[in-house]
Design a protein. Structure first.
Length: 209
């Protein structure tokens, strides 16, 4: 299990700005009657704050109590509201079927073995309403990091999954999706946009079938 508690204790809020495409995604949400949004792996709350300010009702969960405490502090500073919960994404989500209009998850779900990712995506599908929306992002494999032993020193643990032994995310699994695999893993969604953002992360926007 990655030591997210230690990561957030050492690095604090980590991310302070919303994803560069989040305003566009939020506008798309509005046009599709999205009101209730879940942030899976909400971290210290950058998107909870941002989407709350835009008028959405937001929920978020994270495995780290430190991250959630920082998120609550940030929400209070900005006079925003969110429903927060400590929870592991590798376990069934504590929400009823079809509760959310949309789910977002940025740079989170790839931090696992594929079997656990499939469970997470299955739970996302369950708690999104029919024709609800999904926006997720994850990194693109940098082959140089596999070869360069002075960088992250990525060690393979299964096809397309590596664990770095050095760097800020040492010990944290990283699964790198191939394009065809995205359609397989997210087979419960109609995917209508896949693009690369300004941080070289692949982004997927879809609708529950």
């Amino acid at each position: 299990m990655p030591d997210w508690e230690k990561i957030f204790e050492e690095h604090g809020r980590v991310f302070t700005e919303p994803h560069s495409d989040m305003n566009r995604i939020a506008e798309f949400f509005r046009h599709n009657d999205v009101k209730q949004v879940l942030d899976v792996g909400c971290g210290t709350g950058r998107h909870l704050v941002h989407l709350s300010k835009l008028g959405f009702r937001v929920w978020g969960f994270d495995v780290s109590s430190t991250a959630l405490a920082l998120a609550k502090e940030w929400l209070n500073e900005e006079k925003c509201n969110a429903n927060l919960l400590q929870h592991r994404m590798e376990e069934p989500f504590p929400y009823t079927d079809g509760f959310f209009d949309a789910i977002i998850s940025t740079q989170v779900i790839h931090h696992n073995l594929l079997s656990e990712i499939l469970l997470t995506v299955g739970e996302m599908h369950r708690v999104i309403r029919d024709e609800g929306l999904l926006f997720v992002t994850f990194p693109i494999l940098d082959e140089g990091r596999v070869r360069n032993k002075e960088d992250w020193n990525l060690e393979p643990v299964e096809p397309r999954t590596y664990i770095p032994s050095t760097g800020s995310e040492a010990g944290v699994p990283h699964h790198y999706f191939e394009i065809d695999e995205i359609y397989e893993v997210f087979s419960g969604f109609d995917i209508f946009e896949i693009f690369v953002d300004d941080t070289n992360h692949r982004c997927v926007l879809g609708r529950k079938k």
